[in-house]
Every structure is written in C-alpha cells, then in structure tokens.
Design a protein around this ligand. Structure first.
Ligand code: C2O
Length: 534
C-alpha cells in the first residue's frame, strides 16, 4: 500500500460561464476540482489550506473513515471549520472499498463549486469483476448559478421561501451548447470505434436529482457508490445528489456525434427546469465536414415509472469475492419520518418559513463539533434522545396532512458498537411531495426494500435480504418509504441528512453516535495535533 499526498489550496478564481463572470471558491483554481486517486488499502493525506474569507471543511463522501472520524469533514459534526489562513491535513485509509466516490465542501453552500472526484482502483493485480474498459472518464454533473450562491441561500433564509433554482446544469463544468449563450463550449468526449469506456458519473448538483442518457448508446451499470452491482443494461440512469454510478459504454455506432443529455427528475411538477445540460460523444473517425449529430430526448421531469424501474434494477453483485453481508437479525428497529413543514415566522414574506425535519425534530447545528463533544465528554452540546419512532403515528401520504409542529434541537441517536440497524425512512409529503436522497456518513447500507404509501409491518416479508444494493445515499420516494440495514461497526459520530442542500439547510438532518460502551477513548483514535479549533 502507498501513501498518497495531495495539497488543496482553496482560492478564489474568477470564472466565466453562461456569458457572465463571477469569483468562485475553488481548490487549486479548478472547477470542478482535482481528482483524488488511490488504490484500495492506500493511506491518503490531503493538506487543505484555506486562503479564502469563508470558514471551510471538506468531506470525503462515501469513504468509510473507520476509526478516523476526525477526517470525515462535515462542519460542526466531526470538526470545527478550517478558519481563513488556517490549514488541516485530512488523513485516512481507504479500507474495503473500490470504485468512484467524490469529495466536497461540507459547510454553507460552498460545495456548489468546491467538489471533485475520488477514484479508487482495486488493489494492484486485482481485476474488475467485469471486462476491463479501454478507457475511464470522470463525468461530474453539477449546477451553475450566475449570481453568488451564498447570497442565494442567505436571501432564501431571510424570506422564508425556497431559494432560486440554478441557471444551468453542468457536465464537467460545462453548461453545454444548448444554453442560450452561444459562445459556450460543451463537454466533448472523444471515442474510438469499437472501444469500451467506463464513465464514472457523479451527481455533485446541489438540489437536483438527474437523468443521464446518451443518444443511441446503451449504458451497462457496473457499480454504484463504490460497490459493485450485478451488471444490467439501460438507456437512462437516475442519479441523486451524492450518488455515483459507473457505466460501461461501447462505441459501436456509426461515426458521428451523439448527444449526452442531463435533465432533472422531480416527482411533482414543481420545478422550473434550469435547462437540460448536454455534452457530445464524438467519434474520432468522424470527418468534421460531414459530421452528423444524433440527438436524444431527455425523459420528462415526472418520469416516476422510469425512476422506479431503474432503482429496482440495482442489485449487489453478491459474488463469492464480493458477498453482500446483509444483517439478517436487527438490534435497532427505527422508523424516521422525513419531510418538509412550515413554521410561523413574523419577519418572513408569507408569515411562515419552510422547515424540514426527521421525526418532527429540526436539527440545530451545535457551536462545537459533536465528535469532539462526545470524545471529551463535553456536556451541553447534544442530547442522545433522538426519537426512534415518530411521536404520533399518522397517515403520511394524505394530500393535506396535519402540520405537526417541529421542535428545534441537537439530538443524536445512540447505537451500540457492532449492533445491527434497520431504518425505515418514510417520506411524508408535508408541503409538496418530493424525493429525498438520504446520505449516511461512515457506513454503507443495504437497501432492503422500498414502496409507495405508508410502511406496514407486513412489508418486511418482502425485504430483499439476499442481494440488495449497497450504497451510501438512497432516494426516499415521495409519498413512499425506503428501508435500509447496516451494521454499526464504526465508532464515532455520523451525520445523516438529505443531500438536497436546501433541505439540509432547512433542518433535514440528524446524527448517530456509535460507541462500544467502554467510552469513546477506547474506540476512536485521538484527534490529530492540527485539528481545527472552534
Ligand atoms: Cu456528500 Cu454530508 O455529504
């Protein structure tokens, strides 16, 4: 195993997109940021130096961080921010994972421009469980606002209304030629006839679940969230913010140009589409003068059936070498309702503000990070009485459910080290029906079931305990539920939240504390000497 060293200089950079310029926060002046590459088993050291005026922290999304919770990154959960002029070395080992993950800022809305890919290759000499591609390409999907992103969310927080949607989707930083700004060059992927390519698709968008498709080319899905799946063919993939998907494509079409389309998925017709992003797949043998472009129509925004079919097709590879270790017995059985609500607000535009909650708790960020408070037994920072079930059971899928007031608190749920957990995530559709991509830090989990309507005990009979897909971020359907299982084999404090940034801001988040009962000092390594001060 090797040690990989990276230096992330966080600097402002004036950037032009959609024919207008603005300064953005970047790593090393790049948008998207640099790719972190490693092999399974490697140790990774990334020195982050903060040269901007914002407080910072960076999260290595999907990296398990076994016993290295201090390097996980979410601000006020596992660390205090790196202040302007300060630096911090994230130090972790890639254990038992290979595939595509990504990194992003985990404070304010800075991840809009501060993000990049993590590519983990298998151990030296270990092949992929599918035919090796001729070439691998990172495809990062994002969103672009012409205005300052921090100003967008500040304004929304003040007004109590939803923030403005972005002005464009991007593919590897490019809004694409379809945008109204004609000088804009789209992302171009050159291919050679007969070759196979593996696209490492990452959804780094703030607030949009996305469909991804390529004209005339089938996609073979081989991995999601750095876990192998049983390969299957599809013409469209659905990818939520936080998720990653590796697909194989074969350049087996007539020479020419083929459009790659990225478009939003919304269960309800509530979004104002911010333009389909496009790129082109360009055959190297295509003669420029005679080049023909094949277009593709993006799925409609409310293509729920397509989204469901795709999600249901995902199965763990579950081979001898990569068995799916699904917990068959459950120590903690939890039901979390997740959704949006409204709270009265005297200074807001409509007299109320949108809030989000889990089991009627709107999570309040503490002033010092939870992991430190746990490790050093600092009292008064959090309580560990997060409800394992909603207080009052009700019909979560009614069109106008009663608005249960939420309480604001910093509550954690305590899990015994190495216990097994079943968590049913029930979407409530309080204000508008919406999908919620829920992300759990520190673990991979198995998606054992999902359904429409209210979760019922008898739904357990239909759980897939053989080869459920293993991932770190899963969509909870609007007016429906998703059930996950995992083993709490990682001591520390682990954040769980909706990866739609606006919902996290509104409070759709909580954290688990996992310890071995002997006290945190025996299960977690001490914080590193350069650990940021609060
Ligand atoms: Cu990718 Cu807590 O997030």
């Amino acid at each position: 195993c090797r040690i990989r060293h990276y230096k992330f200089n966080v600097v402002m950079k004036n950037t032009t997109k959609l024919c207008s310029s603005k300064p953005i926060v970047t790593v090393n002046g790049l948008f998207p940021g640099p790719t972190v590459s490693a092999r399974e088993g490697d140790r990774v050291l990334i020195k982050v130096v903060n040269h901007v005026k914002y407080n910072l922290s960076i999260h290595w999304h999907g990296i398990r961080q076994i016993q290295t919770g201090w390097a996980d990154g979410p601000a006020y959960i596992t660390q205090c921010p790196i202040q302007p002029g300060q630096s911090y070395v994230y130090n972790f080992t890639v254990t038992g994972q290979r595939g595509t993950l990504w990194w992003h800022a985990h404070i304010l809305w800075l991840r809009a421009t501060v993000h990049g890919a993590i590519v983990i290759l298998p151990k030296l000499g270990v092949p992929y469980p599918f035919p090796a591609p001729d070439k691998e390409v990172v495809v990062l999907l994002g969103e672009w606002w012409k205005s300052d992103v921090e100003a967008v969310i500040k304004e929304a927080t003040k007004s109590g209304l939803a923030p403005n949607v972005s002005d464009a989707h991007t593919i590897n930083g490019h809004p694409g030629p379809v945008s109204t700004c004609v000088t804009q060059r789209g992302f171009n992927l050159p291919v050679d006839t007969g070759k196979t390519y593996m696209l490492r698709v990452i959804n780094a968008a703030l607030n949009e679940e996305l469909f991804f498709k390529i004209a005339n080319h089938m996609l073979t899905v081989v991995e999601v969230d750095a876990a192998y799946v049983k390969p299957f063919k599809t013409d469209t993939i659905l990818i939520a913010p936080g998720q990653t998907t590796n697909v194989l494509i074969r350049a087996n079409q007539e020479s020419g140009k083929y459009l790659v389309a990225v478009s939003p998925f919304m269960d309800a017709p509530i979004s104002v589409d911010n333009v389909t992003a496009t790129a082109t797949l360009h055959y190297s043998t295509a003669v420029p003068s005679s080049v023909k472009t094949t277009l593709t129509a993006p799925p409609p925004q409310n293509a729920t059936a397509l989204a469901t079919k795709f999600s249901d097709s995902l199965r763990s590879l579950n081979s001898k070498k990569y068995p799916a270790q699904v917990p068959l017995e459950v120590d903690h059985s939890l039901l979390f309702t997740i959704g949006l609500g409204v709270n009265p607000c005297t200074t807001c535009v409509n007299g109320s503000r949108v809030v989000a909650d889990i089991n009627n708790v709107t999570f309040v960020m503490p002033k010092i990070n939870l992991l430190q408070a746990h490790y050093f037994k600092i009292s008064g920072v959090f309580t560990d009485d997060f409800p394992g079930k909603p207080k009052i059971p009700y019909n979560y899928t009614g069109t106008q459910p009663k608005n249960f007031g939420t309480i604001k608190a910093t509550k954690l749920y305590r899990l015994a080290y190495n216990s097994t957990v079943e968590l049913v995530l029930q979407g409530t559709g309080m204000v508008v029906p919406e999908n919620h991509p829920i992300h759990l830090h520190g673990f991979n989990f198995f998606v054992v079931g999902r359904g429409v309507g209210n979760f019922k005990k008898k739904d357990r009979k239909k759980f897939n305990l053989i080869d459920p897909v293993e991932r770190n971020t899963v969509g909870v359907p609007s007016g429906g539920w998703t059930a996950i299982r995992f083993r709490a084999d990682n001591p520390g404090v682990w954040f769980m939240h909706c990866h739609l940034e606006v919902h996290t801001t509104w409070g759709l988040k909580m954290a688990f504390v996992v310890d071995n009962g002997k006290g945190p000092n025996e299960s977690i390594l001490p914080p590193p000497p350069d650990f940021p001060k609060c």
